[in-house]
Structures are given as C-alpha cells and as structure tokens.
Design a protein around this ligand. Structure first.
Ligand SMILES: Nc1ncnc2c1ncn2[C@@H]1O[C@H](COP(=O)(O)OP(=O)(O)OP(=O)(O)O)[C@@H](O)[C@H]1O
Ligand SMILES: [Mg+2]
Length: 220
C-alpha cells in the first residue's frame, strides 16, 4: 500500500507520524516498510539518524528520495518487496511538483492543527487533491492538541473535515514528541489510538478494493 503524509502547512507532524506509523507496522504486524523522505531537506532521515531508533533495531528502509524514486518504489511494492511505502512530503512546494505522488497515493494522511487557517488551507488542499486523485482515501489526524484547546473550534474543524474523510483520535501536544525517540513507549502510547485508526483505514481500503476487483498491494 502506498501512503503519503501531507499537509501544505509546515510543522503539523507529517514526518513524526510517518516514522511512528512505520514503527507501529513493524512492531505489530512485522510489515516490510519503505519510507521515502521527500522533504527536500531530508529532515526525517536526519532526525531518525540523530534521535530515532538505531536502524539495526528496526528493518524499515528510510531513504532520502525525489520524484524519480517513486516509480522504483512502486514496482518494488508491486513485486512484493515491501508491504508499505510511506512518503513523507514537504510542506512548501506547489501542487504541480507533487502531482505524480498524489496520483500514486492510495491513502493520504493529513495531520493538522485546528487553528483559524486550518479550514481555508485544508479546503484548498482537498479540492486540488480530489481533482488529481479522487480514489485516494483520506484521513485527518488532529495533532499537537493543547490542554487548553478550544473544544468548540476542534469540533467545528472536525465536522468539516469529516465530510471528506475520517478524522482520527487526537494526539496531544506533549514534550515527549520533541525528540523522535520512538523507543519512548510513552510517545507510542500517546499516538496509539491515531495509529490504530490509520491502520483500520488501510484495512478498509484494501477490503473495498478487493471487493470491487481492483488490487491494493501486499498483505494486511
Ligand atoms: N504531538 C506533538 N506534541 C508536541 N510536539 C510535536 C507533536 N508532534 C510533532 N511535534 C513536534 O513538532 C515539530 C514539527 O513536527 P514534524 O517535523 O513532524 O512536522 P512536519 O509536518 O513534518 O514539518 P515540515 O512541514 O517542516 O516538514 C517537531 O519538532 C516535532 O517534534
Ligand atoms: Mg517534515
């Protein structure tokens, strides 16, 4: 399955969630995971090297990548070399630059913070995405939710986003996430409900695909 982590807005948690979901898949399902770090700054690769679990402790493949690496990853997925390809996208570039990635995506995961800008920015994002790939499943993850966050605002944003896809349980704003030490069980615990919802969405997507006769790649 090919999953992109995307949001035009910076700092919403795309890279953090990409790495956490890779670890979740590996820990719980022994899935073979490839992460394409398409952030031009390769921030995920650098973060994982600095703070993350040692590569030899986990077997996911994390590599700095650009658009030319996408077809290679797609054929490796098709050949069964991986169960999942996770793509960590940058926040900045224009849609034209990422069209091929959005076309390839089976699931788009959009971490967000519910502020005044979320709705207008995300609505633009959704409209363009639907034009490029109306088949992709969409999942929204409220992230960095502060203790004093306005419940009213959270609910209003959730209500709008729910019309376009699934909104998961929120992930709290907690200092545990400032260092991507994924061996920190507390961090995995804080994100577990959202990670479980992402996985559930993958299962539903595959089931829908197999009953409609199309094939999504790899086992659950
Ligand atoms: N739930 C959380 N609580 C507190 N800090 C968090 C949480 N999730 C992510 N962060 C922190 O927020 C910052 C931005 O996260 P991250 O780099 O994952 O976002 P991003 O969307 O990939 O950013 P960019 O758009 O720059 O690529 C990081 O310092 C990260 O450690
Ligand atoms: Mg990032």
């Amino acid at each position: 399955m090919l999953i992109t982590f995307a949001n035009q807005k910076g700092g919403t948690g795309k890279s953090t969630l990409t790495l956490l979901y890779a670890l979740y898949l590996e820990m719980h399902f022994k899935s073979r995971v490839c992460i394409l770090d398409m952030d031009g700054q390769n921030s995920l690769s650098q973060k994982a090297l600095k703070d993350g679990p040692k590569q030899d402790a986990f077997s996911y493949h994390l590599m700095p990548a650009d658009l030319q690496d996408l077809p290679i990853a797609q054929s490796e997925l098709k050949e069964g070399q991986y169960d999942y390809v996770l793509i960590d996208l940058p926040s900045g570039p224009s849609w034209e630059d990422l069209v091929t990635v959005y076309q390839a995506a089976e699931l788009v995961i959009c971490p967000y913070q519910a502020d005044e800008l979320t709705l207008s920015g995300t609505t633009v994002f959704l409209n363009v995405l639907k034009n490029i790939n109306s088949d992709a499943a969409l999942l929204f993850v409220p992230n960095k939710v502060k203790r004093n966050a306005s419940e009213q605002l959270e609910a209003a944003v959730k209500a709008v986003l729910s019309r376009h896809g699934t909104v998961t349980e929120a992930i709290a704003d907690r200092p545990e996430f400032s260092r991507l030490d994924t061996t920190n069980e507390k961090m995995m615990d804080l994100a577990r409900a959202a990670l479980g919802a992402i996985h559930q969405k993958c299962i539903e997507y595959r089931q829908a695909r197999s009953s409609s006769g199309s094939s999504a790649h790899g086992p659950l």
